[in-house]
Design a protein around this ligand. Structure first.
Ligand code: AMP
Length: 205
């Protein structure tokens, strides 16, 4: 799949209890800057979102926060760094993130992060995009989720070829290297051109 430039990061609006999660968000920010990659994220300065966006912004790379109107108030999301695109709802936010990014990385997070991650995985399976999806498995946080995906394969709900969609690693550097080597192996449920994708380049064909 080769190199990518714009990375969408899904991550917690909280920082988690352990310092290691914040450290991982900062390390990811440093890695993106080192590779001159731009960040697309959920906007705001709360939790791990705030840490990764500040690091990328401080490093001189572009940061775009995409935030639904309801989350804009400073007391909810804090002050975003970089550019901010305000959208009407969560569906629009995720569609904008999906179309603007070349690759996706999930740091530890809660329901919001998991939902964004699972959607982008299933969109790859369906053939809506062919972009790499990476999971930063910090301190084993995602071991259970990865185990569940393996169980899905064992029990016949996830194809082996589709299990390959989820790339995971314990460090940002290793993850990005694996993502750059990613080649989709799965058959798309429906061909990319049959999806109503806003911009044909979005499907990365
Ligand atoms: P969670 O993993 O449940 O903390 O949710 C993380 C995701 O939900 C982020 O990527 C954001 O898209 C969104 N989110 C949740 N809370 C906020 C907030 N206070 N400000 C901005 N985005 C938020």
């Amino acid at each position: 799949m080769g190199n990518f430039k714009k990375v969408c990061v899904f991550c917690g609006s909280n920082s988690g209890h352990k310092k290691i999660f914040g450290d991982a968000a900062l390390e990811l920010g440093i890695e993106l800057v080192k590779r001159k990659m731009d960040l697309i994220y959920g906007g705001g300065s709360v939790g791990l979102m705030g840490m990764v966006s500040q690091k990328v912004h401080d490093g001189g790379c572009n940061v775009l926060g995409i935030i639904p109107t309801a989350l804009v108030p400073i007391e909810i999301s804090g002050q975003a760094v970089g550019d901010v695109l305000t959208v009407s709802d969560m569906h629009e936010r995720k569609a904008e993130m999906a179309s603007r990014a070349d690759a996706f990385i999930a740091l530890p997070g809660g329901y919001g992060t998991m939902e964004e991650l699972l959607e982008i995985i299933s969109w790859s399976q369906l053939g809506i995009h062919r972009k790499p999806v990476g999971l930063l498995n910090i301190d084993g946080y995602y071991d259970c989720l990865l185990g569940l995906f393996d169980r899905g394969v064992e029990e016949g709900f996830i194809r082996n070829s589709a299990r390959n969609i989820v790339i995971s690693a314990k460090t940002a550097q290793e993850l990005i290297e694996k993502m750059e080597a990613y080649v989709p192996l799965h058959n798309q449920a429906a061909p990319s051109e049959s999806w109503n994708v806003k911009d044909p380049a979005v499907a990365n064909l």
